[in-house]
Design a protein around this ligand. Structure first.
Ligand SMILES: NC(=O)c1ccc[n+]([C@@H]2O[C@H](COP(=O)([O-])OP(=O)(O)OC[C@H]3O[C@@H](n4cnc5c(N)ncnc54)[C@H](OP(=O)(O)O)[C@@H]3O)[C@@H](O)[C@H]2O)c1
Length: 430
């Protein structure tokens, strides 16, 4: 029988255990597709005694994951420990330096060190594969880098964080506030004990940085992604969005124009009927727009043991077959040097919700601030009347620049009839 592809697996958590299970359960088809068996032969994790729900018998154990890179019996490293620094970075560097292919699901590592690691992979000729790093089980890396390789991509839009999409969906369906839903999501295991990577948009920004690099063929640039999370989204704004025919989603958007590349993660209002507006719960979706293909949308499970193992195993099949593609789709010398466009240059429509004292002249002051900044209004909504009390007023603008909007907001926030910080949500076409 052909010698198996021997895998050194670093990390035996959700994803690592999922990879072991999938390779065992689907050994027959994986062998057929890889052209040889693919078998984990050595592993590393922190706690040797922990029951992981999968048998580790017969596998070599390393306390130090970096030692996997130096084991001559191991053909390929799977890094599923996580973290952009520390042992994950040390292991991937060591493996690539030794000319060993690496498969990882670690978006933080790729977003922060992807340029350096791609150069290392190119120098050593070893593959660096990361299908599991973005949108879990959805094969979006392959789709963008290989399936759409003949297209100029103008825009990639994604729901890239299942925890945020779950929270926003629950808030909409049950009229609940962010904090309540987050607490429940933590209890049910849909959100981490420290939820900040998810709810502050950082995880989605890591993934968007990777997608933008692939879509536009330029070195990954995490620092250039503008990031806002969902902590400021209220049940009231979700209800107003519905009245206006929109849903609020945390989107990652990367766009290429003549000015350069604009990459941002923030809550957006999208038309309720737009395909991406209908992606609910823990599901992820990615929409890519290419000059010849038009619009392509991929949707599926963006996390979890099974979906992420599905992506990692697909990468292992590529490694077994010897299919190596440059990390960002083109050799480093052929990558674009397009500049990044700052968020201040963004042009789009805005939703603005104010809490104002219900008294004559207030709306005139607000609209004067918008007019003086050059922002024109598409519509205004005020529900009910309550003289002397606080009432919400919703304004929707025509397309305007972020800089103009910020100038108008600075003045509006200074009005004594405006009682809280205005809620501002960018509107996207979907
Ligand atoms: N979970 C998902 O749905 C998902 C989806 C897509 C991508 N990812 C990515 O996949 C990676 C793994 O995620 P996960 O959810 O599987 O994480 P996890 O459940 O927390 O598992 C992490 C594993 O790494 C091991 N580990 C941590 N530090 C180590 C060290 N210094 N030396 C040796 N082993 C170490 C841990 O060992 P112990 O078990 O002994 O503590 C654990 O087995 C992350 O990069 C994550 O972003 C996850």
């Amino acid at each position: 029988m052909t010698r198996p592809l021997c895998v050194g697996l670093a990390g035996l958590g959700t994803v690592g255990a999922g990879v072991l299970t999938m390779l065992r359960t689907n050994a027959d088809i994986v062998t057929a597709r890889a052209g040889r068996p693919v078998a984990v032969t050595a592993v590393s994790a922190r706690d040797r005694a922990r029951d992981r729900g999968v048998s580790l018998s017969g596998l070599r154990w390393y306390d130090d994951p970096v030692a996997l890179a130096h084991d001559p019996e191991i053909d390929v490293i799977v890094e599923v420990m996580g973290g952009s620094e520390g042992p994950a970075l040390a292991l991937v560097r060591a493996a690539l330096a030794a000319g060993k292919p690496v498969v990882t699901a670690n978006k933080a590592l790729l977003a922060v060190h992807g340029a350096e690691l791609a150069a290392e992979a190119e120098a050593s000729g070893a593959a660096l594969a990361f299908e599991g790093a973005v949108a879990g089980g959805i094969p979006v890396i392959k789709a963008l880098r290989e399936g759409l390789a003949g297209n100029r991509i103008s825009r990639v839009t994604g729901i890239l964080n299942g925890t945020c999409n779950y929270i926003l969906t629950d808030m909409r369906e049950h009229g609940r506030e962010f904090a309540d839903v987050l607490t429940e999501a933590q209890r049910l295991g849909y959100a981490e004990a420290d939820p900040s990577f998810d709810v502050d948009g950082i995880d989605a920004a890591h993934k968007l940085a990777i997608l933008a690099a692939l879509a536009f063929g330029r070195p990954v640039a995490f620092d250039a992604v503008h990031v806002e999370g969902i902590r400021g989204v209220s049940a009231l704004d979700i209800a107003f969005a519905a009245d206006l025919g929109y849903r609020i989603k945390l989107l990652g958007i990367a766009k290429q124009s003549e000015a350069g590349i604009d990459a941002r993660v923030h809550p957006c209002m999208v038309p309720a009927a737009a395909p991406i507006g209908l992606v609910d719960g823990v599901f992820n979706a990615v929409v890519a727009e290419g000059d010849f293909v038009g619009r392509v949308m991929l949707q599926g499970r963006g996390a979890g043991a099974g979906p992420t193992a599905s992506a990692v195993v697909a990468d292992l099949v590529d490694v077994a077959r010897g299919r190596t593609i440059p990390v960002w789709g083109a050799a480093s010398g052929a990558l674009s040097s397009a500049p990044s466009v700052p968020i201040e240059a963004h042009v789009g429509a805005y939703y603005l919700r104010l809490m104002v004292v219900d008294r004559p002249g207030v709306i005139a002051d607000v609209t004067a601030a918008l007019r003086d900044a050059g922002v024109s209004l598409e519509s205004m909504l005020q529900r009910g009347r309550s003289p002397g009390e606080a009432v919400p007023v919703v304004l929707v603008t025509h397309e305007t620049s972020e800089a103009a909007m910020r100038a108008a907001l600075a003045r509006i926030e200074g009005l004594d009839a405006v009682l809280e910080r205005p809620a501002v949500i960018r509107i996207e076409g979907g």
